[in-house]
Write a protein that binds this ligand. Structure first.
Ligand SMILES: NC(=O)c1ccc[n+]([C@@H]2O[C@H](COP(=O)([O-])OP(=O)(O)OC[C@H]3O[C@@H](n4cnc5c(N)ncnc54)[C@H](OP(=O)(O)O)[C@@H]3O)[C@@H](O)[C@H]2O)c1
Length: 285
């Protein structure tokens, strides 16, 4: 069995490689890829194959994917460019004779109003149209996404949000990585599957503040503002208009419950409960 992982220079891809190795998959059956292979040197030293694969360079993708049984396409991080980039990756997988493609999508990607959803939905459609056997891992929110707010809470004792009473069923990156690794170990068992993955518990921002308070050892309260006020505070703090709109847009989706579904599929796939929010925050302090 040979597995190629894109985005292995990033957090999630790296964790998937580590999970596969820890689970006993021989290192020479894994190819870790990224734009900058220097970041993969330590994995290479442990016997993992490494290759340059840039979503903007189809030839690099085809060469990296050649002969692979399975490719894990970790969604790229350049929001706005990803449909074309992912199309390049899917075409390369087809051209390279890959047997199965696994894609890290977004929770409820087909219906979600979250600002991030359209690129994931479009990528899913490209994968379906390719005719390749595939599995969609619709990842919910990472608990680690709150690292910056945690640092702000440490300094100010507040968590700024316009997410209102919206709930977030977040899980840790290692949880999502473990799910991807489980699928990669037996892709045929997940052919055609759409896994809606999220944490076991959907928390409110009051609960987020309480969890931050616990790990920081200080009182933390929520500063729940309107979207207009949120935009003004963010731009006033130096964020450009577009980035501020994006952040406020994410909170709008959160307020509407787009990150709140608790399907239980993630804990079922990894065979254990998902990591509690407070545990992930505690590791970030
Ligand atoms: N569900 C969530 O809460 C959530 C949160 C954040 C991100 N995400 C999504 O999940 C993905 C993985 O998360 P993460 O935490 O591992 O993100 P990350 O640490 O930013 O890693 C992103 C990976 O994508 C690679 N990449 C970006 N552009 C590329 C290109 N043009 N060609 C090839 N590779 C490219 C990066 O390579 P370089 O090392 O060269 O930059 C990196 O390896 C993200 O990319 C994003 O799509 C989801």
């Amino acid at each position: 069995m040979s597995v190629v992982i894109t985005g292995a220079t990033g957090h999630l891809g790296r964790l998937v490689v580590e999970d596969l190795l820890a689970g006993g998959l021989p290192a020479d059956q894994i190819t870790a890829t990224g734009r900058d292979t220097a970041k993969l040197a330590d994995l290479s030293g442990r016997g993992v194959s490494t290759a340059r694969a840039d979503f903007e360079d189809p030839a690099s993708l085809k060469a990296a994917f050649q002969g692979a049984d399975t490719v894990l396409l970790v969604s790229g991080s350049e929001v706005g460019k990803r449909v074309d980039q992912h199309r390049n990756a899917v075409q390369a997988a087809k051209d390279a004779g890959v047997g199965h493609i696994v894609y890290t999508s977004l929770l409820n990607a087909a219906e979600s109003t979250l600002v991030l959803a359209p690129e994931h939905k479009a990528t899913e459609e490209i994968i379906r149209a390719s005719g390749l056997p595939h599995t969609l891992l619709r990842n919910g929110w990472y608990s680690e996404n709150y690292e910056q707010q945690l640092q702000q809470a440490r300094e100010t004792g507040t968590v700024l949000t316009s997410a209102g009473a919206g709930r977030v069923a977040s899980a840790s990156r290692p949880d999502y990585a473990a799910a991807a690794a489980a699928v990669l170990r037996d892709p045929a068992a997940h052919a055609g599957a759409v896994h809606e993955l999220s944490g076991d518990t959907a928390w409110t921002f009051d609960e987020l503040a309480a969890a931050m308070g616990r790990v920081l050892g200080r009182e933390v309260v929520v500063d729940n503002v309107t979207p207009e006020e949120h935009q003004a505070v963010l731009t006033g703090a130096g964020l450009d208009e577009g980035t501020a709109r994006f952040v406020v847009g994410l909170d709008a989706g959160t307020r509407e419950g787009e990150l709140s579904s608790t399907t239980g599929e993630l804990s079922r796939l990894i065979g254990r409960p998902t990591t509690p929010l407070v545990e992930t925050l505690g590791a970030l302090v």
